[in-house]
Write a protein that binds this ligand. Sequence first.
Ligand code: CU
Length: 468
Amino acid sequence: MAIALVLMLLLVGTVLFHFLSPWNLTPLASNWGAIDNTILITFWVTGFVFVVVNLFLVYAIIRYRYNAARRSSYEPENKSLELWLTGITTVGIAALLAPGLVVWGSFVTVPDDAHEFEVIGQQWHWSFRFPGEDGEFGAVDPRLITEDNPFGLDPDDPNSLDDVLVQSPVVLLPIDRPVKVLMRSTDVIHNFKVANFRAKMDLLAGQVTYMWLTPTREGEYDVICAQLCGVGHFAMRGRVEIVQQEVFDEWFARQPTFGELQARAAPDPVAGEQLYATCIACHGSGGEGNRDLNSPAIAGMDAWSVARQLKNFRSGARGTHSEDIYGQQMRPFATLLADEDAIRNVAAYIETLSPVRIEPTVAGDARRGERLYRTCANCHGRDGQGIRAVNGPALAGVDDWYHVTQLANFREGVRGRHHEDMYGNQMVDMAQMLVSERDVRDVVAYINTLAAPGRTMATAQLGAQGDD
Ligand SMILES: [Cu+2]
């Protein structure tokens, strides 16, 4: 009897929970309402069976409960019962599978008027490519991927030159226009998922997969990776913004084509030196930094990393948080740099400055820090030299007090929480693994023992790494 009662309670509770729970599907933003419908049908069919089977169980427990006087009867075959059960099960299974087949049919049939764009997945970020005016994607080959050609486009293919490249994890799409999403990965398996679209698909190296959809609702939607793809998996985020056609056109026109990127003159460190004059007051004439002004040494910093930070300061993605006092001091000088070329030039100049000696100021347990650093090494390199492919800047040869403030800023969301700061955002997630001040000190003490090529560390002589 008690078991029957518990079963009844579970049954009623489960059904009530389903209808009263606050956790529902996110608002639909694409044409794939049919996918929601198949999910609903599945719920109804499985829900119906769940209720019926449990009610029967409760009935059987009560009706046939132990009774010393009762004899059981043996009835191995019952043709009409078997016919009924087989028939009902067939209808149930068909109801579960048939709608899915219909939806899958339309999911793999791309409308003729769909425009196209490509999603490229890489540990641990997204980028995007649109065919240019010719409507044709240029050929790609993973062997052509270099720092200057991250998409691996074939420069000899005439279709490549007008391809529009979006080197950021944020992409815009026009509303109400069907779009075919082509996908490829340059390393492991990823999965492009926007919950509000309901559609998602794996990205595989050496293969182009696709899906299609029509965005139906303006707004900003998170892109997440739905295949476990390494330590940075959960931080592999992006954003799709569904906008009116005019807004899309205006944004699209601002994105560079492959031809433009190829034709762009190499950055000019000599022009950069002149621009650097305004930076000297804080970062020093040799880029040696000035602790009293909270300005880190930047001499020898990789140009791509300098450029990213300057762009972030300029756009306000960094240095605008009300508690980011030092970032706010830096920001106006980034806004003084007129355009992208100015940023590239000054970054190129900073890269040419000889790295300075860094004096350690933070005491911590480097051995314990080494263990903590293992995760960091995936993005910042085993020797803290930085890995451009995963957007991790060099950490070796950087002032340790600067690391401490930055890690505190990331942990508290003072840096990296801005809507446009997608890579800082990643580091906000990563900084959470340092749970105490002690963790921060220890990992920074370990970073102090690393000397990236081309950088000099005062502690490097202690034997951790050769001093170059
Ligand atoms: Cu991934």
